[in-house]
Design a protein around this ligand. Structure first.
Ligand code: ADP
Length: 945
């Protein structure tokens, strides 16, 4: 400090302090508009009181490495701290900034006392001529925001505590005020921004304080009603709007308040132009501390146009759907109309075939039948397709034998494949269940479609059908089917579209191969309905593999062949086929048996295998030989084997192409013990082996005839109810071919009359007929019959839509046959439903033959004896059908049980002939001797003739 400098010790009176506090208080309440002027005045007051030369306030800029003077004061005659408000760099005062950042102030009594590290500060102080100064930091919640400097250019100052304290407080009030003003500015900017958003929003926005009172609204809401915001805000609905509008709004508001949570509602209301507009209102309650609704914030969108478009779209969709249903209905009707004449064509062709014909005529009929078959196939496809489109296709759920169904599908197409010289083989892998629940005819339909395509699109090579069971969880089998061919293949770009309806890989396919393009679309839907997917892998020019999987409930896992093959355990069988897949397929049939399978892929290897094993325990007993092999045909192989002594004993079974006529005498000469047409079915092959090995006696001629004799001697009483003359003619003539006749009624009411006069075994009932249709007629018959009687009524109809069969059953009919009529089914139904009466007629001889004996042995009078015998006879048909059924199913337990019953009653009534045979039959059943059981049953039946 220089000697010239005057050191002043300030002492402050209470008056000063009061004045300063008053100033501070006033300053604190200052608003933005007066902030700068008040600040300046305050600085002036402080400067005067404390006799400073300059006071200045710096605030840091947004970029904190800069700062700027916000306000400054200087004594008269002293130059201002800065001439203009420009940003300055903070790092010009590094020591000072560091010091105020950490401390509460920096007091410099004399510039000479500045510490050595304050180089820049000292330089600046000297340059500005500052003698003493106190710098007080300005802080807010985020830290340092600036600083205030109090300076003297004329003297040094010894800063006193109370003086510092006052300056600190004053300075704090500056920061506080500035902070407050900044925040207010920011808030106002936000509010302004939000107001801009709200008022420019297309959506209407408003807040309600209660059901009828507005709090605030945006422009869009006011504008909708042709009002200004100020007309609506804080107003009651009923003061703002006409009564109708107010009522509507109040009603909606009430509902929204009631919800007490975010809600949505639609309101149709008139706008300012009197147009009806549809508003979609969304509301959200805003709650107070006590969780009561303080405001209900609502937004609304005008959805009038949107709804109109939606309604139009919906109408268009409805129309399109209706048109689609109409189209499907039309297709169904058409197919009904086509089926009726087709029934005629089929029927008459079948009848014609039974007449005397030249071979040329027979050939023409064959062609006509094959054309009708194709036509029927197409119609069935169209019908199925329309059923799927109309969502009327239902799946059956019945127990069926999976292997038989697959083999049926393959067999059906085997002749076609054979015609083209294509091998077709089936490989049903281990683990595939024997019996499942599902729709066998639909599964057959999918397989038929895929296999017939494979045959159609393959010129040479082979087709294989492979079935696997992927997993079997909780009794549900996930079955995987593969139909593989070596045909023309499909281009990649066509692979997806071929599953769409009417879609064929390319136009040339249609020209060359024909087809409707519906088969795969139908299969695709059927697979979907069975819970699976269908797909294709193909290499163009090399072949295709169609795959699909379905889920079916398992009822029987694997077939039980133990019974037949127990005696053949460890016997060696040789499968000879040059086609790998065929050989594999045939070999797979022996899974589950204890036969040892050896494979040979040509004649020479077969001879080697037989010779090399001849003196070992692997001695081959049976050889299953394919007839067509490249190196050596089946016949040549048989001839060769016959000439070698050690191979002579091997039993030979020949597999022949399905289309090849075989002369069994010639086969015998070659040394074959049996032959089977390909593709061979597992059951048939195993049966043949059992036969060849002497495990099973061949059915005697009369045993085979048994089933037919039943048919032949039927004299069923049939009523045909049919209005169509042509259909009547066909059925009548068909019946004639089996020496059967029928009565005819041309409508329901005639049928009722006929039934009132005569008993019928079976009524074939058309559904659509004039006067009284089949449904009404059946209901009436059932009403008349009550519980006392039940005539079998079978619907015969060309309606094949879903629900048609249910409609028949609901009306009281027993079965359903669709047209064109499958006459095999018709005759089966006749046979099944006529059995009982036929039996009853024939059993009467039992009474005549045994009544005297019964009277003699029991002392009953003849009338009582007849009555008892009649009761016995009445029970016979049931017992016989029980026996026949058990034999068919090889259910020996049931057979023994039913026969036991027959034995008991026959013994009691002294019908010795039946009694003795029943004893034997029961024993044979217990021993499970099938052939013996069949033979005894025939003998028992003979007694009843
Ligand atoms: P369609 O055979 O009656 O034309 P599909 O729906 O059964 O109708 O088949 C559609 C198309 O898919 C066929 O026209 C054919 O182009 C192609 N396709 C189907 N199966 C095969 C196959 N195994 N090999 C080659 N192309 C096939």
């Amino acid at each position: 400090m220089s000697g010239k400098d005057i050191e002043i010790n300030l002492s402050y009176s209470n008056g000063y302090i009061k004045l300063i506090h008053k100033t501070i208080k006033k300053f604190i309440n200052v608003d933005e508009a007066n902030y700068q002027s008040e600040l300046k005045r305050t600085l002036n007051e402080i400067g005067v009181i404390f006799d400073f030369d300059r006071i200045y306030i710096y605030y840091f800029s947004k970029d904190p490495s800069f700062m700027q003077i916000d306000c400054q004061w200087n004594k008269e005659g002293i130059r201002p701290k800065r001439d203009n408000k420009e940003e300055e760099v903070v790092y010009a005062l590094p020591w000072l900034i560091r010091a105020i950042k950490n401390g509460e102030y920096v007091a410099i009594n004399d510039v000479k006392e500045l510490p050595p590290e304050a180089i820049f500060e000292a330089e600046s102080f000297y340059a500005e001529g500052i003698k003493a100064s106190i710098i007080i930091p300005l802080k807010n919640e985020n830290g340092l925001i600036g600083f205030v400097g109090y300076e003297s250019l004329t003297r040094t100052i010894t800063w006193e505590d109370n003086q510092i304290q006052i300056l600190k407080e004053v300075s704090m009030s500056f920061a506080h005020t500035r902070n407050k003003i900044e925040k207010l500015k920011a808030y106002e900017a936000t509010v302004k921004g939000q107001a801009i958003l709200l008022d420019n929003s297309q959506s209407q926005i408003w807040a309600l304080s209660n059901v009828t009172s507005y709090e605030t609204v945006n422009e869009a809401h006011a504008e909708f009603f042709g009002k200004r915001k100020s007309d609506i805000e804080y107003q009651d609905l009923y003061d703002v709007y006409d009564i109708d509008t107010a009522n509507k709004l109040a009603k909606v508001n009430w509902k929204l308040f009631q919800k007490n949570e975010p809600a949505e509602i639609e309101l149709e209301i008139k706008n300012s132009k009197g147009e009806n507009r549809l508003l979609q209102i969304k509301s959200k309650p805003q709650r107070d501390a006590a969780d009561n609704i303080k405001y209900l914030i609502c937004t609304a969108e005008d959805i009038t146009e949107q709804r109109k478009t939606e309604t139009e779209l919906y109408k268009a969709k409805e129309l399109a759907e209706a048109a689609n249903i109409a189209k499907s209905q039309f297709l169904a009707n058409m197919s009904h109309e086509i089926r009726t004449p087709l029934n005629g064509i089929f029927g008459f062709l079948q009848l014609l075939e039974l007449t005397q014909l030249s071979s040329e005529q027979r050939e023409f009929i064959r062609e006509a039948k094959s054309a009708s078959d194709i036509l029927l196939h197409i119609i069935n496809d169209i019908l199925d397709f329309s059923k799927i489109e109309a969502k009327k296709l239902a799946m059956e759920k019945i127990k069926f034998n999976l292997r038989t169904t697959i083999e049926d599908a393959v067999s059906l197409l085997a002749p076609k494949a054979a015609e083209k010289n294509l091998e077709i083989c089936t490989l049903i892998n281990e683990g595939v269940p024997e019996e499942v629940i599902g729709d066998p005819s639909r599964l057959r339909q999918i397989l038929n479609n895929l296999i017939s395509n494979a045959v159609k699109f393959t010129k040479k090579g082979e087709i294989s059908v492979i079935v696997d069971c992927l997993e079997d969880n909780n009794g549900i089998a996930n079955l995987n089917f593969e139909v593989k061919d070596t045909g023309i293949g499909i281009r990649r770009e066509h692979m997806d579209t071929i599953f769409q309806s009417f879609s064929q890989a390319d136009a040339s396919t249609t020209r060359k191969y024909g087809g409707t393009g519906l088969g795969l679309a139908i299969s695709n839907e059927l697979v979907k309905m069975m819970g699976g997917v269908i797909s294709v892998d193909s290499i163009y020019g090399q072949g295709s593999t169609f795959k699909f999987n379905i889920k079916l409930k398992v009822t029987k896992r694997a077939a039980d062949y133990k019974f037949i093959f127990e005696k053949l355990n460890d016997i060696n069988i040789l499968i000879v086929d040059d086609n790998d897949n065929n050989r594999k397929s045939v070999s797979s049939y022996f899974q589950g048996t204890k036969l040892n399978v050896i494979e040979a892929k040509d004649g020479n290897s077969a001879i080697t295998a037989i010779l090399s094993n001849s003196n070992t325990k692997n001695k081959i007993s049976i050889a299953v030989i394919d007839s067509q092999m490249t190196d050596m045909s089946g016949y040549e192989l048989a001839t060769a084997l016959k000439t070698i002594p050690s191979t002579k004993e091997v039993k030979l079974i020949l597999l022949t192409p399905v289309n090849q006529k075989v002369d069994s005498e010639i086969l015998k000469e070659y040394g074959f013990a049996a032959y089977l047409a390909k593709p061979v079915r597992k059951h048939d092959l195993l049966d043949s082996i059992a036969l060849v090995m002497g495990l099973k006696k061949e059915y005697k001629e009369e045993q085979i005839i048994i089933k037919n004799t039943v048919k032949d001697c039927l004299k069923p009483r049939i009523l045909l109810v049919e209005d169509n003359k042509m259909n009547r003619k066909i059925v009548i003539n068909m019946l004639k071919t089996r020496s059967m006749t029928c009565d005819v009624a041309v409508n329901g009411s005639e049928a009722l009359k006929a039934l009132s006069e005569k008993e019928y075994d079976i009524v074939f009932m058309d559904c659509q007929m004039p006067v009284m249709d089949g449904y009404e007629c059946t209901s009436k018959i059932r009403l008349i019959e009550g519980d006392k009687k039940h005539t079998t009524i079978i619907a015969m109809t060309a309606n094949a839509m879903e629900g048609d069969s249910e409609k028949c059953i609901e009306a009281g009919m027993d079965y359903y046959i669709s047209k064109p009529i499958n006459f095999e089914i018709m005759f089966n139904m006749i046979e099944e439903n006529t059995k009982e009466r036929k039996s009853m007629d024939n059993y009467n001889s039992i009474i005549d033959n045994n009544i005297d004996n019964l009277v003699r042995e029991t002392g009953l009078d003849k009338e009582d004896a007849r009555e008892i015998l009649e009761d016995y006879i009445k029970a016979m048909p049931d017992l016989f059908s029980g026996i026949s059924e058990s034999i068919d199913k090889r259910d020996f337990n049931k057979l023994a049980k039913v026969t036991h019953e027959l034995k008991g009653s026959s013994g009691t009534l002294r019908i010795v002939s039946i009694y003795e045979l029943a004893i034997k039959l029961e024993e044979a059943a217990k021993k499970q001797e099938l052939d013996e059981c069949i033979s005894l049953f025939i003998q028992i039946k003979d007694l009843c003739q």
